[in-house]
Design a binder for this molecule. Sequence first.
Ligand code: HEM
Length: 457
Amino acid sequence: MDPVLLQKTLFALFLAIVTAIIVSKLRGKKFKLPPGPLPVPIFGNWLEVGDDLNHGNLAELAKKFGDIFLLRMGQRNLVVVSSPELAKEVLLTQGVEFGSRTRNVVFDIFTGKGQDMVFTVYGEHWRKIRRIMTVPFFTNKVVQQYRSNLIRAQTFARHAWEEEAARVVDDVKNNPEASTTGIVLRRRLQLMMYNNMYRIMFDRGFESEDDPLFNKLKALNGKRSRLAQSFEYNYGDFIPILRPFLRGYLKICKEVKERRLQLFKDYFIEERKKLARTKPPSNNELKCAIDHILDAQQKGEISEDNVLYIVENINVAAIETTLWSIEWAIAELVNHPEVQKKLRQELDMVLGKEHQITEPDTHKLPYLQAVIKETPRLRMAIPLLVPHMNLYDAKLGGYEIPAESKVLVNAWWLANNPAQWKNPEEFRPERFLEEESHVEPSGNDFRHYTIVLKPRA
Ligand code: HEM
């Protein structure tokens, strides 16, 4: 490096550090902050803890600093919560105070600056959009309505989710490679999940893994997830003056976002609108989710953009999460033949051999339920949940949390802490029939919160 340039760079860095110290001293409101490693100016703890803030690394830090600790990542405060009591505070007791989400430049692009459900800040829109989404997505009625063709009106040609599962079993059985070289099950299960969710959303499905529209959707959804979840743009998020260097990255994000929303609009939303104009659903039972959401738009409750961002959210939140959970369940059953054998015995005994399982059957199968609880405990799809945020200064665990802190609940550690669970590293569904038999999917135990999906309205 040119010595003059080096001298100038070092001088600029020194000036920036001194300015940051003076500004923070002048502005600094005195908070009783949670414990944590000592931050250095500008970078905070970033250089020390690095980019990879995964659940395992954060659990190690919790052992050192306690159930609540603070990391300063550049200019951002990151509060990490690692006990069931504090998780309950964040997720339930102070659910409103901590009900917003941190946004950043990348999420702002994908969610139109919080025009969606997940990343909107707490307020009137937050409540309204959750209310609008409850009926089409988050009631037991939806589960029932889309479960079987035998129950659904016969006018629907497409398969409901029980039939969809049966088709997967048939396809695998009929594929000779399944018993010789082996097959990648994920591809077939992914088609099943897209079919399940696109049926709930648009009453649409895809014929095969080669369907070009299905492949386009899959590719764009995959790109969106990778771009949003990458650590590559952390520096621009943590240290705002570095944001100009993100220009190239943000350009790619914008392109992906635009192509994706256009696809949702052209192939699904507009199609459904056209269909509704020519053949309106005769009763509520025949309405799919987008019909309810478009009704809300027509009433002026939400905008056309809100509709698009709701579709964007469901594509990200519903499909891959469920797919990962199913894949892990299968993988654990393959790796634990004794569990598989017990499960088979229960199915044969309660339902009879070769019986296609239905949703009401699941209530008669306690061992199956235990397997379903044990899988996400050990193999959590979103181990840190979706980061929460307090809009205003708040109190948590006896500490003061400055406004707009990013609050992470380490749900994985809550469900895998040996102080709280017997041999948590073991895949042992029996625990939910023995010492943990009280844990219900209603979310009654914050050590194992992620087995329930509870939209807060
Ligand atoms: C096994 C499957 C699933 C898992 C593991 C899962 C996990 C999660 C987690 C951990 C959160 C964040 C909770 C929080 O931060 O408080 C969440 C939120 C959300 N999930 Fe799921 N989810 C699954 C399936 C679904 C499905 C099927 C849908 C849609 C029908 C869905 C829609 C949503 C939405 C909209 C949110 C945001 C809720 C809010 O901000 O209030 N998820 N999910």
